[in-house]
Design a protein around this ligand. Structure first.
Ligand code: ADE
Length: 465
């Protein structure tokens, strides 16, 4: 690749001689030429700028000087096609996919570094008419530099390191931020294992490659969600697996194809209408097909009414976590209409707490909470939201009742999907019970999750408000 840089400060580019860039130049992978724009002036003062047409502050770089310089370097390179990059704060923000495209498809790159108020607009316009030149006005970010030189170095370095043969180990490029996954890179550590009281995360020293891989993926997702939510909304649906979606949902994101934001919060005393409404709406979705409608209606009236939820909410040992979703907005979340999509209800209590019902007590024993309800609107199945809702509820339970070491539940023994879901989230079958819906007996499996053996993942912690 040949690169011509034109600037009024050619000495700025001495930095290209150092490190890998210098090596690439001496190996012939890269040919760079740095030119002084003033060499194309014809007056004694070597003038490159004039006052702006129409008045105003600052100076504008003269098109005639730039035209001669660019014509000459293009002619000298003799390439079939040239990319003319013009750094400017009003350019298109530079991205990794753009520099990859440059590295893979460009034979000749010219970088025209403006100073002052920039280069006369007609320079870019003129070369745009030339089919052998592609004009690329680019910006490094939403801030203003003194000139294009810093941006030119950034462009040249970001592009050249992607040239085949530039870096020793091409694998080091694959996992980098923005490449392939569309996520920020996970954090890196090296010895010593403890530095100023800070430890390397133990999983990285475990030697378990699968666990390391999983941890790194979680870190990438969490970091991107926190620092670059814009990248999360841009992810293609097929780059995310279910476990990725669970993590992102816990952090507030339901990416494509859903494109909704989500939040978790503890229902407050008084929210009887909201709780009863969502519970009554979702209960029928989860019932076995052969259960009579009257039995379902009877259960809703007895167990899921506003009066029933008043009793649940008035007891501080009950935790109700509400899941709410809303479309993504430009203006943030304040003015957003949040809709309830699901909820969990956990019964807990002081040290020594026993779950209600004889069979649950036998299966769970002391210090075992009871996941009495866990419902999510069926339209979210597959989105990762159910797993997020369950783990966030576990995390909230542990924060509020740290003495509880287990949680148990009952679910219909025919409900394969639910059984698989709970198993995946650490629940193990350990008993049976009958569950009455409007007087009709349903056979349930009892399952228990032990928090000491299977910890609540860090991505689910400190999420519920
Ligand atoms: N010249 C001045 N500011 C710039 C920026 N942010 N990006 C590219 N070129 C610039």
């Amino acid at each position: 690749m040949r690169i011509d840089i034109i600037s009024i400060f050619p000495q700025f580019f001495d930095c290209l001689d150092v490190s890998l860039m210098g090596k690439a130049r001496s190996s012939g992978l890269l040919q760079t030429h740095v030119w002084d724009l003033r060499d194309w002036t014809q007056d004694v003062h070597r003038t490159v700028d004039r006052a702006p047409a129409g008045g105003g502050a600052g100076m504008v770089m003269k098109p005639d000087v730039w035209g001669k310089a660019i014509d000459q370097v293009i002619e000298q390179a003799g390439a079939a096609k040239t990319v003319l990059a013009i750094p400017t704060p009003s350019g298109i923000p530079l991205t990794q996919s753009q520099v990859r495209d440059l590295a893979e498809n460009t034979e000749h790159l010219v970088v025209a570094c403006g100073r002052y108020e920039g280069i006369d607009q007609r320079v870019g316009q003129y070369y745009q008419q030339n089919t052998e030149v592609q004009v690329l006005p680019f910006s490094l970010g939403d801030y203003v530099l003194n000139g294009g030189e810093v941006a030119a170095v950034a462009l040249v370095e970001a592009t050249c390191r992607l040239l085949e043969g530039f870096v020793g180990n091409p694998n080091s490029l694959v996992e980098e931020s923005y490449e392939l996954s569309g996520l920020l890179e996970y954090p890196a550590y090296t010895q010593p294992a403890t530095w100023r009281g800070l430890e390397i995360p133990p999983v990285l020293l475990s030697g378990d490659h699968q666990k390391v891989k999983k941890w790194r993926r979680q870190q990438s997702l969490m970091l991107t969600a926190e620092r670059r939510p814009d990248l999360i909304w841009k992810l293609a649906p097929d780059v995310l697996v279910k476990s990725d979606r669970e993590i992102l949902a816990a952090r507030g994101f339901l990416p494509a194809p859903y494109r909704q934001q989500v939040r978790f919060r503890r229902a407050q005393p008084g929210e009887t209408v909201t709780c009863s409404a969502i519970a009554s709406r979702l209960f029928p979705q989860a019932c076995p097909k052969d259960l009579p409608e009257e039995a379902i209606a009877c259960f809703i009236e007895d167990e899921l009414s506003e009066a029933a939820f008043k009793a649940y909410l008035d007891d501080p040992n009950n935790l109700i976590i509400l899941v709410e979703v809303a479309p993504v907005t430009q203006t943030g979340t304040d003015d957003t209409a949040w809709e309830t999509a699901g909820y969990t209800l956990i019964e807990a209590g002081a040290p020594g707490f026993l779950p209600p019902e004889e069979n649950l007590m036998q299966s769970g024993g002391k210090n075992c909470a009871y996941l009495s309800k866990c419902y999510l609107d069926a339209c979210w199945h597959g989105s990762g939201l159910a797993g997020a809702m369950l783990e966030v509820s576990h995390a909230y339970l542990q924060e509020s009742f740290p003495h509880l070491t287990k949680i148990c539940l009952g679910t219909n023994r025919e409900n394969r999907q639910a059984l698989k879901f709970y198993r995946h989230h650490g629940y193990r079958k350990c008993g049976r019970r009958t569950f009455l819906v409007g007087g009709i007996e349903n056979l349930d499996v009892i399952a228990v999750r032990d928090f000491t053996a299977c910890q609540v993942p860090s991505w689910a912690q400190n999420v519920a408000q």
